[in-house]
Ligand binder design. Sequence first.
Ligand SMILES: [Zn+2]
Length: 113
Amino acid sequence: MHELSLACSLIEEAEKVLEAENAARVIRITLGIGKLSGVEIDAFEFAFPMAAKGSRLEEAALVINDLPIHVRCKVCEKESNPDFPHCICAVCGSDDIELLGGREFNIESMEIE
Ligand SMILES: [Zn+2]
C-alpha cells in the first residue's frame, strides 16, 4: 500500500523535527495534500494510525488540507483552480498552462509539546 509507506516516511520526518526541538510528542499535525499528488486521502487517513503506532505521533490529531489544482494560463494570463483531473484553464479552457499547485505532499504545521 502506497499510502502506508508515505505515512511512514512522514512520521520519520516528523520525528526528526521532534528530535531537533527536544519535544515529547505531536499533538496535531496538519498536512497539505494536492489533488495531483496521487495520494488517496481516505487511504492515507487509514494508514496513518498504523504507521504512527509506537511513535511520538501515536496520539496526534491528523488534519489534512485537500489542496486544489492551481494553474496560470499562458493565453488569458488568469490563475484558476480547474476541477480534478482537468489541467486546463478554468477561465478560457486553454491547456497551455503552468501548474502552480496541486502536487503537494508536505507538513504544513505541527503542534508539539
Ligand atoms: Zn485562460
